[in-house]
Design a protein around this ligand. Structure first.
Ligand code: AP5
Ligand code: MG
Length: 209
């Protein structure tokens, strides 16, 4: 199964991706996570991407496409992939079609209004990569699943979130019609509770698998 998760910042792509990827036996590939790892490792890609990410802007297409092309060539992608956060422009979508186009694209739809609160309150585990919201954490610093340290992403500040949302609307949202026209888009209501979102995603994919 070759899957893409599409949706605005904070829609719940990362929250849902781990379980869904395990369900289909494919790797969860988040371009945002890859850039954060590259920045942490001070690689050339990380150093190029950092200024764009800090500003809430998209990293240039050529950089992202090369990174994804290399990742999809690895052995664990033999049975497919779950891409989270890629493609984000029509140029990236065209490039993915040339590499190995998706079977299905899940669009996790959420209006802008709740996203700011979701993102300013997000915490991510440095060890298991679990995603949480402070409203459901007893301790904002400790992962309830594995005990690892919880991190507040540097781009989860109000001004940067607004820039990310603007980039989503101008550059990424055209992909909704792009994949609708190909007949492979499935839309789920991302404003529902997390468990219900997962049920909707699996139902949308299994009914046709
Ligand atoms: P990336 O890391 O991909 O960030 P993003 O797209 O902005 O998406 P997020 O990770 O913020 O949101 P999410 O949908 O994963 O939400 P989550 O599940 O965590 O990219 C970061 C940056 O890297 C970009 O800005 C760009 O600069 C660069 N980049 C990456 N890919 C690129 C590309 N292809 N091209 C160019 N540049 C690229 O959930 C968020 C919060 O909501 C959590 O607190 C969670 O607990 C909560 N939550 C989740 N689901 C629910 C629910 N159903 N109800 C209530 N709360 C919920
Ligand atoms: Mg994410």
């Amino acid at each position: 199964m070759k899957l893409v998760f599409l949706g605005p910042p904070g829609a719940g792509k990362g929250t849902q991706a781990g379980d869904v990827a395990r369900h289909f036996g494919v790797p969860h590939i988040s371009t945002g996570d890859m850039f954060r790892a590259a920045i942490g490792g001070r690689t050339p890609t990380g150093l190029r991407a950092k200024a764009f990410i800090d500003a809430g802007e998209l990293v240039p297409d050529a950089v992202v496409i090369d990174m994804v092309r290399e990742r999809l060539a690895q052995d664990d992608c033999a049975n497919g992939y779950l891409l989270d956060g890629f493609p984000r422009t029509v140029e990236q979508a065209d490039a993915l079609a040339d590499i190995a186009g998706p079977d299905r694209v899940v669009y996790i739809a959420v209006a802008d209004q709740p996203l700011l609160k979701r993102l300013t309150g997000r915490r991510v585990c440095a060890d298991c990569k679990g995603t949480f919201h402070i409203s459901r954490l007893a301790d904002e610093k400790v992962c309830p699943d594995c005990g690892g340290a919880l991190i507040h992403r540097s781009d989860d500040q109000e001004e940067t979130i607004k820039a990310r949302l603007a980039a989503y609307h101008s550059q990424t949202s055209p992909l909704i019609d792009y994949y609708k026209d190909k007949g492979i888009l499935r839309t789920v209501d991302g404003a529902m509770a997390q468990d219900q979102v997962r049920v909707q995603i699996l139902a949308a994919l299994e009914s046709e698998a």
